[in-house]
Design a binder for this molecule. Sequence first.
Ligand SMILES: NC(=O)c1ccc[n+]([C@@H]2O[C@H](COP(=O)([O-])OP(=O)(O)OC[C@H]3O[C@@H](n4cnc5c(N)ncnc54)[C@H](O)[C@@H]3O)[C@@H](O)[C@H]2O)c1
Length: 355
Amino acid sequence: MDRIDVAVIGTGWCGGIRAETLAVNPMLRLHIAEIRPDRLKEVAEKTGAATATADYRDILADPAVRACYVCTTPESTHYPIAKACLEAGKSVLLEKPIAISLDEADELAALARRKGLKFTIGYSQRFNGKYAYARKKIQDGSLGEPVSCLVSRHITRGLGDKITGRGRLSPAAMECTHDLDFLLWCLEPAKPVRVYSQGVRRVMYPKNGAFDQQWITVTLDNGVVIVVGGGWILPKGYPNFSSTWIEIIGSEGALIIDDTHRDIWLNTVEGGSVFPLSTMPGEQVEHTYAGGMGPETMYFLDCVVNDKPVLVTPESARKTMELYLAADLSAEIDEPVDLPLSNAHAARIAEMVKQ
Ligand SMILES: NC(=O)c1ccc[n+]([C@@H]2O[C@H](COP(=O)([O-])OP(=O)(O)OC[C@H]3O[C@@H](n4cnc5c(N)ncnc54)[C@H](O)[C@@H]3O)[C@@H](O)[C@H]2O)c1
């Protein structure tokens, strides 16, 4: 039986998860690239990767590799590495954000289209069963006409420090982006027409210039209002990694989702109380995967091998990007921003993302 060659570029936290998920599939031959030698060795040993290199261009030069998972940080590496993969004829799953600027996102989407390659962005929450259920209940009309949606997400300060330590990206770009993507997906074909955002500068700002918490209110063209909040300063002693509360209200019903990860409680003499399995991507647990990133990793491969459409199109990721950048602009100028962006606002955002 012919095996399919796939590669993971950047095997830190998420890339490590993707590599381990791919490694257990007997139909695949895994290749990995990682610039940290100790981590490269660790993941190569754990996954039994067929090849392991510090230079991802070795993977691009291998004609057998059909698909690349690009999981590098800092986020400014996403565009050049994804572009190089697509140019080399590889289908790509790229971790969010798709790019730093809208022009880069457009270029990647156009390149994938031109080359006839699969290209998707890692909005892993779409592969979490609770979130998929919400979309189903909205789209099948169970809730009637959508009225309003709220997602409030918090992650711990340890993760916040890790993310803000590598670049100037806001909670909108790094956290709320998942929930904006999720709600736009649920409420398709409605489109955002106005966004207003406010950010708070108290804990993080003196260290790295980032907001602690950002709230985003979005009006859609069908009149629905969505509110998304993302924060990353839960104290280090908080017993889990992420905590999310969702309210979806319709004319005929309501759906409340508790994704606060308080449903499993481990209490030990040494470690005290923790709520396990609470990260956003999830984790492998023995023979099964608890969370969205495992199924998302395999779903993409199914699209590549069987020529199926990807779930997260680059065009939808671009829409989400335009929305969170508009939110960042709104927070900066302290005014609502209309969508699609005016030329003046687009120019202002282009300047903002260069800083
Ligand atoms: N979908 C989700 O739920 C989710 C969760 C967390 C992070 N993310 C996204 O995933 C991406 C990765 O996040 P992470 O937490 O795994 O980061 P990480 O820093 O733990 O891992 C990134 C790895 O990329 C490596 N790298 C950098 N440049 C490289 C290069 N040129 N070639 C090979 N390797 C290179 C780094 O050495 C590092 O090990 C981020 O962009 C983030 O936005 C997604």
